[in-house]
Design a protein around this ligand. Sequence first.
Ligand code: GDP
Length: 444
Amino acid sequence: MFESLSDRLSGILDKLTRRGALSEADVSEAMREVRRALLEADVALDVVKDFIDRVKQKAVGQEVVKSVAPGQMVIKIVHDELIETLGRDPQPIDLAAAVPVVMMMVGLQGSGKTTTTAKLAKRLQTRERQKVLMASLDTRRPAAQEQLKILGEQTDVATLPIVEGEDPVTITKRAMDAARRGGFDVLLLDTAGRTHIDEELMAETASIEKASNPHETLLVADALTGQDAVNLAQSFDRCVSLTGIVLTRIDGDGRGGAALSMRAVTGKPIKLLGTGEKIDALEDFHPDRIANRILGMGDVVSLVEKAIENVEVEKAEAAAKKMRKGTFDLDDLSDQLEQMKKLGGMGGVLSMLPGIGKMKKQIEAANLDDSVLNRQQAIISSMTKKERKNPKVLNASRKKRVASGSGTSVQEINKLVKMHRQMADMMKKVGKRGGFGGLFGGGM
Ligand code: GDP
């Protein structure tokens, strides 16, 4: 999957890594090529534009990290922005609703709707231990209901008995009733498709939605249709509330245009990927894994990640050294707060500092989350240079000024100054022993 796009992108970016220094022109040239590759992969124009802008912006503002070549850094940025475009966090099928949880599958004929219904049913039954009932609401295509029944027999998933002559809404009601009576956890409704969108199809789909109030409404779309799949999602979403997308035929999709545009254009998450005709060829959609596949440069990305981590550690160590010498001022404290935010709060810092385990409770009690850290940084940045170097000069009127400048209170400033003093004092003491035992002790 995504081979052709992957080949193109890695070819372009590989050229960058072989250079020692990068000029802005080098990056611009590479981004022009990336842009062309994405457009040829049938990624929506707005998505491409936005993507390139973000990468350029970050590449210009990037910090230089020792032991990483600039080209490698660009690859990491491209990788991160791919993840962002794909939707960042995985959005799995949601089962958190009263049983039976109703899921409605919609889409055009031939998109793989019936196959996907059976795949999903099988997976929910085996992996999630749900008792699943499937019902085909396709009264148009003569063999459709029969097809689902056969798939049910093959996969050992129950299907609603076929009653000739019923309309889709009647079947829906019967299915819901059967699901309730039969103690099913999940009811999958496989709706009828058409070769193209028409009003009749939309009206039918909307009436089934109304009758079943589904918890998930999944559009099944053929990835090979590229931007058409994205337009289809937009059309369907105008008539029913889609909760997610299943992209099928990813196994044959070299370009990835639908996968890359879907989230950004429609705002709907891709939840699952169909990767073949077999019943188990269904994958969860993980933006980071897909980005890895598209870029095919996992080694470089993890190398850069490690190097960035090391820089954070180096900075933390430099600050600790200053503390031990007693030259740790409020500017240094502000740097530390920034580090904490970057590392995802105290958890990240803790994991890097040896011998701090026993302090964990105290630190957690101090409740140093991002909002607290932001306020503390605001306080420090409202101080003059002199006050930051030597907090002792902060008398009552200076504190008042800082409080109003930072939108905080004198009390908060006192707490911060106290914390700083304790940190500096304690570091001097424990500095001789080594370790960080006294860091962030009390006072907050
Ligand atoms: P429906 O009309 O939307 O219900 O489509 P079907 O479920 O009948 O699927 C149409 C064809 O596509 C069948 O031959 C399926 O085996 C095939 N198909 C479905 N999903 C995938 C997929 O993810 N990959 C591949 N290669 N084929 C698929």
